[in-house]
Write a protein that binds this ligand. Structure first.
Ligand SMILES: Cc1ncc(COP(=O)(O)O)c(C=O)c1O
Length: 433
C-alpha cells in the first residue's frame, strides 16, 4: 500500500467524508488524484508519496499569491511571536481593521472571523436585526454561501434543517431583474436581505448589480454582496469596484490572507454598529469568537494587502487567466472540440466546461479530461490562478491540455466509461450518496 492509500483510508475512517471541506473530498476528483497532500510551495503541491503537481485548486481558491509566500508567512510568524492571541483587542487587530476600512469606501466598520460561512450568516442576522424582517433572498445559481441552516436548508442537502427554517430563504435568478422585482413585490415588507456574489461563472449584464441596488433601496432590503471568491481576485477592491456597485454589507474570506484563516464582514456603520455598544440600543449578538482575530492570520492579511499593492497581483491574475483561456480555446479548436470543452466567465477566474456527446456539461467527460491532466502533473478541480502561476506554469498546463484534449476527443468518439480509470466526479449538492 502506498502512502496515499494508507493516509486516504485513515482519513475516511477518522473524518466524515475524509476531509474538512466537501469540495476537497475524493468524490469531486478523478480516481488518480492525490488522496492526501503533504506540503505546498508557490503553486506546486506534493502528495504524501512525493508526487508533484501544479495546483489550480489553490486550497479552495484561498491562496491567491502562492503557498508559503515568504513575506506573508514571515508576517504571520512575527505575530505568533507576539503571542498569537490576546486578552483584549490586539494592535494588529486594529491595524487590519483600519486597512480594510480604508481599502473599501463602502466599508465603515469590519468584523473578522475564521470562515466565510460565519460572516455570511452574520450578515443575514444583522440584516434581520436592522430591518425587523425575516426572509432572506439568495441567488439560485450561486453554489454556496454558508454551511449554516439558512443557506443549506435551501439546497437539496437540507437534511437536519427544520422546514420552518427552510421556508425563510427565498430564491431569485442572476441577471433576471424581474425575478428580484417579483420576489420583492410578493413578499413586500418581509424581506430582510438579498445576498449574491457580484459574479460567479456568469458575468452581470445590463447593469444587473446596479438595478438590484436600486430595488433594495426602494424596498428597504439590505444588499449583501459576497466577495468570498471575487474579492482579492477581480480587483484589490473587489468585484464591487470592478463592476461599480456599492452594497450595504460585504463579505470576504478565501484569498484575503493568502490561505491564512481570515474572513470579514464589512459595511455601513448604521448597520454594523448594531453589534456595537451604543448606549440605549437593543443588543445584537454579532460574531463573537475566541479565535476570530487570531494575530498570525491578521498579520498575514495586512502583508497580503501590501503585496497586492506593490506587485499588482490582480493584474497578473487577469493576464495569466487570459493566456490560459486563449491557449485552451486554440487547442480545443485544433481538435475541433470547441463545442465540447471551453472556458467561460471572467478571465481572472475562468470556468472550465467539459461536455458529453450532447454538448451538455458532463461529469463523465470532465473526469476523463481531468484524469489525463493529473497524469501530466496538473491538479485542476477548477481553475484558481494565483500570482505565482507564471507563464512557465501556464505553458506547461497548456502542453498537458493538448494531450488531455486528444484523449477527450477519442473518448467522445467512443464512450467515456472505457476511458475512466477510477470514480466519476460527483457534485457536492445531491440528495443521496
Ligand atoms: C461564495 C462563497 N461564499 C461563502 C463561502 C463559505 O466560506 P467558508 O468555506 O470559508 O466557510 C464559500 C466557500 O466556498 C463561497 O464560495
Amino acid at each position: 500500500m502506498n502512502k496515499n492509500e494508507e493516509y486516504g483510508k485513515k482519513a475516511h475512517l477518522l473524518i466524515p467524508a475524509g476531509a474538512h471541506t466537501y469540495s476537497r473530498t475524493d468524490e469531486v476528483f478523478p480516481g488518480n488524484a492525490p488522496k492526501v497532500i503533504e506540503r505546498s510551495k508557490g503553486v506546486y503541491t506534493w502528495d504524501v508519496d512525493g508526487n508533484e503537481y501544479i495546483d489550480y485548486g489553490m486550497a479552495c481558491r484561498s491562496v491567491t499569491v502562492g503557498y508559503d509566500y515568504d513575506r506573508i508567512s514571515e508576517a504571520a510568524i512575527r505575530q505568533i511571536h507576539n503571542g498569537n492571541t490576546a486578552s483584549k483587542a490586539s494592535k494588529i487587530e486594529v491595524e487590519a481593521a483600519e486597512m480594510m476600512c480604508s481599502l473599501f469606501p463602502w466599508v465603515d466598520m469590519v468584523k473578522f472571523a475564521k470562515n466565510g460561512s460565519t460572516v455570511t450568516s452574520a450578515a443575514t442576522k444583522l440584516a434581520r436585526a436592522y430591518t425587523g424582517k425575516k426572509y432572506i433572498a439568495r441567488c439560485r445559481e450561486h453554489a454556496f454561501f454558508s454551511y449554516d441552516d439558512w443557506f443549506i436548508g435551501s439546497t437539496v442537502m437540507n437534511a437536519g434543517v427544520p422546514e420552518e427554517i427552510q421556508d425563510l430563504t427565498l430564491q431569485f435568478s442572476f441577471n433576471d431583474i424581474e425575478s428580484v422585482h417579483n420576489l420583492f413585490e410578493r413578499y413586500k415588507g418581509e424581506i430582510a436581505a438579498l445576498i449574491m456574489e457580484p459574479c460567479d461563472t456568469e458575468e452581470p449584464t445590463d447593469h444587473f448589480l446596479q438595478k438590484v441596488r436600486e430595488l433594495c433601496t426602494e424596498y428597504g432590503v439590505v444588499y449583501i454582496l459576497d466577495e468570498m471568491i471575487t474579492g482579492f481576485r477581480w480587483d484589490l477592491q473587489g468585484a464591487c469596484k470592478y463592476y461599480g456597485v456599492e452594497p450595504d454589507l460585504v463579505t470576504f474570506g478565501k484569498g484575503m490572507a493568502n490561505g491564512f484563516s481570515v474572513a470579514a464582514l464589512g459595511g455601513k456603520r448604521d448597520i454594523m454598529d448594531l453589534g456595537g455598544l451604543t448606549p440605549g440600543k437593543e443588543r445584537v449578538f454579532l460574531i463573537s469568537t475566541t479565535h476570530g482575530a487570531e494575530m498570525s492570520s491578521l498579520g498575514a492579511l495586512v502583508e497580503t494587502i501590501n503585496v497586492y499593492k506593490e506587485l499588482n497581483v490582480t493584474d497578473h491574475i487577469w493576464n495569466m487567466g487570459r493566456r490560459l483561456v486563449k491557449g485552451f480555446t486554440e487547442i480545443a479548436k485544433e481538435y475541433s472540440l470547441q463545442d465540447y470543452i471551453y472556458v467561460e466567465g471572467a478571465e481572472c477566474s475562468p470556468n472550465l466546461v467539459v461536455c458529453g456527446k450532447d454538448k451538455k456539461a458532463s461529469f463523465e467527460y470532465r473526469t476523463v479530461f481531468l484524469q489525463e491532466m493529473l497524469k501530466a502533473g496538473i491538479l485542476m478541480p477548477y481553475i484558481a490562478i494565483a500570482y505565482q502561476h507564471t507563464e512557465k506554469e501556464i505553458d506547461r498546463t497548456l502542453d498537458a491540455a493538448r494531450g488531455a484534449m486528444k484523449v477527450l476527443g477519442d473518448a467522445l468518439n467512443a464512450d467515456a466509461a472505457q476511458f475512466i480509470e477510477g470514480n466519476v466526479i460527483k457534485p457536492v449538492f445531491r440528495k443521496y450518496n
